[in-house]
Design a binder for this molecule. Structure first.
Ligand SMILES: *Cc1c(COP(=O)(O)O)cnc(C)c1O
Length: 408
């Protein structure tokens, strides 16, 4: 370490020395943040066009969320589920109402909620549907991202996520995303043993892939006709991002099970949940599933504020309106030739950069130098998902930087 190193370089080198290298972050060291802006340890400001993969839908340091957290910090933060606490009932009731469903099972991270949905679907299959013991089958899509546990990566098609983590959990069949005929064939290969179809209504990590019109509605009809649960992983797509509370709403689809996470914790604490009917979630009896931190008072207090903010429709409206603007601007860029394809819905876009302009990583680094933070996904794709509270001028400024980087 030399004295000529900048504070951020020192911080990065220190982190490299004592952390596992399971991420490759952009070389920026954030010290504080407000709204859509982050400030690094050297006082440089950056526009956040990632929003913690949608965990920060309501922006950094959101006054209402911070106040709700502070008030709860002064009362009680954790009871474990061994005892009741006075924020739990309201959290469950209000989240169920927001989802138009009956019953909530809270967890912490998205992956835990997906695990919970898988366990629930299997148990429902054995107890309610009458699937022979050990035979329950769940259909998933290729290029899925549902989290990082051993079971979840067992049905990933991404070699980076999956390799060297076996032996893998059986019981999952993979079909091409967006292909309704393939879904029907897979369902009909074993409708009696199939307990669920698990899908992202828009695939986030895969590059913001929107399925063809009619796909989600088609999956809904196919699963309903065969007594198979439709589980929608709305961890990234839900809670305002696409211009509606749930991405499924764009097709008028109501799944049997919502899996929520990320924005549910307001960027303050990890909060996730499985939301469904009393029949489906009613399969769990005391002692059969749980989590020490799931549904804790602090999590419930923050999530209650998130739910109250979503109930106004203000954030969904903002995402829809600004999203239209975003997609109009990106379509202009696509005309210019530097952008090959743009996908997405609401304030959420996957942008395929023409490969000769650089990899997604290189584009992200050049944007960082201009004060804009995004993250690449696969190859030459960058994803744009700003906090829903971003100002229109700030968004335009960010897009100007992207235009400049692509023109370099
Ligand atoms: C992020 C994400 C998950 C996993 O959530 P974690 O909180 O990281 O465990 C699952 N599904 C989708 C669609 C996600 O975007």
């Amino acid at each position: 370490m030399t004295s000529t190193e900048r504070p951020s370089e020192r911080a990065i080198a220190a982190a490299e020395a004592h952390s596992a290298h399971n991420y490759h972050p952009l070389p920026v060291v954030v010290a504080s943040a407000e709204g859509a802006w982050m400030t690094d340890v050297e006082g440089r400001r950056y526009l956040d066009l990632l929003a913690g993969y949608s965990a920060l839908n309501f922006g950094h340091h959101n006054r209402r969320l911070i106040d709700a957290a502070k008030a709860q910090l002064e009362r009680v933060t954790l009871t474990s589920r061994a005892f009741h606490h006075d924020r739990f009932a309201a959290f469950c009731a209000e989240l169920a109402e927001l989802c138009g469903m009956e019953t909530v099972l809270p967890m912490n991270t998205g992956a835990e909620a997906i695990e919970t949905a898988i366990k629930t679907a299997r148990k429902w299959g054995y107890r309610v549907k009458g699937v022979p013991d050990g035979r329950a089958r769940i259909i998933v899509a290729d290029n899925n991202f549902h989290g990082r546990t051993t079971t979840i990566i067992s049905f990933s098609t991404d070699p980076e996520a999956r390799a060297d983590h076996g032996p893998y959990t059986p019981g999952f069949d993979i079909v091409p995303y967006g292909d309704l005929a393939a879904m029907e064939t897979a369902l009909d290969a074993g409708p009696e043993e199939t307990v669920a179809v698990l899908l992202e209504p828009i695939q986030g990590e895969a590059g913001v892939l929107v399925p063809p019109p009619g796909y989600l509605a088609g999956v809904r009809a196919l699963t309903r006709a065969r007594g198979v649960l439709f589980i929608a992983d709305e961890i990234q797509s839900g809670l305002g991002r696409t211009g509606k509370t749930f991405a499924c709403e764009h097709e008028g689809v109501v799944p049997d099970v919502y899996v929520l996470g990320k924005a549910l914790g307001g960027g303050v604490v990890p909060v996730s949940a499985v939301v469904s009917s009393a029949e489906v979630l009613g399969v769990h009896r005391p002692g059969e599933h749980g989590s020490t931190f799931g549904g804790n008072p602090l999590a419930c207090a923050v999530a209650l504020e998130v739910i109250a903010m979503l109930r106004t429709g203000e954030f969904q409206g903002r995402a829809a309106e600004l999203g239209e603007h975003l997609h109009r601007e990106l379509a202009h860029m696509a005309h210019g030739g530097a952008v090959e394809a743009v996908r997405g819905r609401g304030l959420w876009a996957g942008v395929d950069i023409e490969p000769s302009r650089g990899t997604g990583r290189q584009i992200s680094e050049r944007l960082m130098d201009r004060g804009v933070l995004v993250k690449d996904t696969h190859g030459s794709t960058i994803r744009i998902a700003p906090p829903l509270v971003i100002g229109e001028e700030d968004l335009d400024w960010g897009l100007d930087q992207l235009r400049a980087v692509l023109a370099e």
